[in-house]
Design a protein around this ligand. Structure first.
Ligand SMILES: Nc1ncnc2c1ncn2[C@@H]1O[C@H](COP(=O)(O)OP(=O)(O)O)[C@@H](O)[C@H]1O
Ligand SMILES: [Mg+2]
Length: 362
């Protein structure tokens, strides 16, 4: 039998909240449902794993999450009521609105892939939440289906709320003078399956990295599969950097999507951030238009990456994607550089091969 969670049944913050049950768990902590009798409501409380309280990097990340989320007011972002340190034992906590429903990963696992007519309004609303965060200089950096909650409460159906700003980065321009830059360039943070190429290489990220991750999410929600087939997190990282995604319309046998939608996803999945939609609002508009009956695919020049990429080499029957790691990866600073060098070498190899072939054939 597993030992009982020490938080369950506990009353915290001078009797304000009584923890009832665990509702989620991730790499950083656990999320509990708690009763707040004075307000006659249930809330969700995220508590950093007590064993991590001595990890300065993680405690500052947790505080950063709380600070970032409490600045945001968009209706599609989870509301934070308060945060701080429990006087009882020093554990860090965030009190949030309690959401009823399932996260997007659970929703797709149980209900299967969604039709575009259902998936697109969800993604458009998420773009709204991110647009507010981006306008405040906050990049989420860990957009994945587990971090989008699909509320089914108070008469709402499919109402998404963005969660987990645990890896969010407030851009330097937005930081107050004298504040410390907490992230180190060259570190790879995030979840491999949903990582933008620049994130996979440990480069500086902006809003356009979140747009890439949203496109991977949409691809998965529509097809039940990721745009690359890989067996390991490292392989996903490499493919985000070097390989073209498997075309949406070739991913599931017998399933077709409007050409305009495929083109919008391709553009958002461009390797070079300059070739993507530049804002979440622009991406949302394009998604909305992609379902209109007279929507046509944008001109090819708009959807092609600015630099030619080596063609995807796909096994005939792709293996199912490896189980997603429960927590985001944080690799050594050299990893991004190594991937970059590997990508460079491959590209040079391909170019050389083409030149030699031409020479031999001529
Ligand atoms: N406010 C909330 N209401 C209901 N469930 C939540 C809430 N916040 C988080 N959860 C659940 O807990 C899971 C983990 O929360 P998250 O904030 O993503 O933590 P982590 O940083 O550990 O990944 C989510 O995927 C979701 O299912
Ligand atoms: Mg999470």
């Amino acid at each position: 039998m597993r030992p009982k969670d020490p938080f369950i049944g506990r009353t915290i913050l001078d009797g304000q909240f009584r923890i009832v049950q665990k509702i989620g768990t991730g790499g950083m902590g656990s999320v509990y449902k708690a009763d707040q009798p004075a307000m006659n409501r249930m809330v969700a409380i995220k508590i950093l794993h007590p064993k991590l309280v001595n990890r300065k990097d993680l405690t500052s990340r947790f505080r950063r999450e709380a600070r970032a989320m409490s600045q945001l007011n968009h209706p599609n972002t989870t509301k934070v009521f308060m945060y701080g340190e429990l006087p009882e034992d020093g554990s860090l906590y965030i009190v949030m609105e309690m959401l009823e429903g399932k996260n997007l990963n659970q929703t797709v696992r149980r209900g299967g892939p969604m039709p575009a007519e259902r998936a697109i309004p969800i993604l458009v609303a998420v773009c709204g939440a991110l647009e507010e965060a981006h306008s405040l200089g906050i990049v989420h950096r860990d957009m994945k289906p587990e971090n989008i909650f699909i509320c089914q409460q108070a008469g709402l159906k499919d109402y998404p709320k963005v969660l987990d700003f645990g890896l969010a980065k407030v851009t330097e321009a937005q930081m107050k003078p004298g504040s410390v830059i907490l992230t180190q360039e060259g570190m790879v943070f995030g979840t491999p399956e949903f990582m933008s190429p620049e994130q996979a290489q440990g480069k500086t990220l902006d809003a356009r990295s979140d747009i890439y991750s949203l496109a991977v999410i949409l691809y998965e929600v529509l097809t039940g599969k990721l745009p690359f087939s890989a067996r390991t997190p490292m392989e996903y990282i490499q493919k985000h950097v070097m390989e073209q995604p498997i075309p949406l319309n070739q991913r599931v046998e017998g399933k077709t999507f409007p050409a305009a939608l495929e083109a919008v996803i391709n553009r958002a999945l461009s390797k070079n951030a300059d070739d993507r939609y530049q804002t979440a609002g622009e991406f949302a508009d394009a998604l909305q238009h992609s379902l209109e009956p007279d929507a046509t695919a944008p001109p090819v020049s708009q959807v092609q990456p600015s630099t030619p990429e080596p063609a995807a080499v796909e096994p005939p029957t792709p293996a199912p994607p490896a189980a997603r790691p429960a927590e985001p990866v944080q690799s050594a600073p050299g990893t991004g550089l190594l991937i970059g060098v590997a990508a460079g070498c491959l590209l040079v190899g391909v170019i050389l091969a083409v030149v030699i072939m031409r020479y031999v054939l001529s």
